[in-house]
Design a protein around this ligand. Sequence first.
Ligand code: IPM
Ligand code: MN
Length: 358
Amino acid sequence: MANLLVLPGDGIGPEVTTQARRVLEAVASRHGLELSFEEDLIGGSSIDARGTPLADEALERARGSRGVLLGAVGGPKWDAMPVDVRPEKGLLRLRKELGLFANLRPAAVFPALVGASTLRREVVEGIDLLVVRELTGGIYFGEPRGEALVDGRREARNTMVYDEVEIARIARVAFEAARRRRQLVTSVHKANVLEVSQLWTTVVEEVAKEYDDVRLEHQLVDSMAMLLLKEPRRYDVVVTGNLFGDILSDEAAMITGSLGMLPSASLGEGGIGLYEPVHGSAPDIAGRDAANPLAAILSAAMLLEHSLDAPEAANAVRTAVAGVLDTGARTADLAAAGESSIGCCEMGDRVLAKLAAA
Ligand code: IPM
Ligand code: MN
């Protein structure tokens, strides 16, 4: 029996995780997997109920699970709060405490959605890249941090810091992934300005020596932001630090059609995986059955693959999603002007129907 923890979170999080859980339950019974589910609070909903964005008991539940399926955190209600008590802090604490240093964000374009991208068809067709984002270090966690009064002025600081062990282990994740893909790693940095990026580049080069079957190239983050728009199909595995990875993965998602499609897996050495859509809590559409559940459903597929060792079940989910898109079903974020759209539940229903028909 594999125990899974669902952390729906805020905004559209509960809506999309509900659909993802239904898909997991359906696929489990078809593929002989025994799953049990628990649910807990994270983010703003946890602040409201318990006064903290992630309670110790929720963290302990996560530690006791095989994998965590998370919706999204944050919203306008908590926007005025200081960073150390905000909803986002719950997610950051969860990642850090579980040691989930490797964040995998695959951005591939579904054939049916080529027209949904803001970029031209010939630029988008065939995009298949994997952003490997370092998730427990860099400027997100570096010390010192905080605001202080210096000479009568308010001053705030954050620190971007990586040590060689952190860099080497994320580089290895990227090279291993590239080995199973198209054997290209693009390391993204700002080594023309930042010492931390110079060390990053040096250590990635050292790790590359263990992988002579994989090609390594380096790219400055500003030009990478441009190249992702210009020739996204060129890229295979893109490895980068926490902040650059946050930014580039939203960009990568958007060029494939919609942020509503991109799943992610966060893995570490401990064996527990955290699976969450890359999109946020979308408070503007929350509670209206208007969200796209496919990123959450595809995150559930990543959970099947990485935490439950069930690649066939994972592929069944991906095939069902592609099949539903082929029929023309679109949530509002995917619909072209004038095209009709279906709601979050209906999209979940359609995926379940495809799974049942397979
Ligand atoms: C993401 C999100 C988070 C991040 C926020 C919610 C803390 O933007 O997963 O990309 O910055 O990592
Ligand atoms: Mn982000």
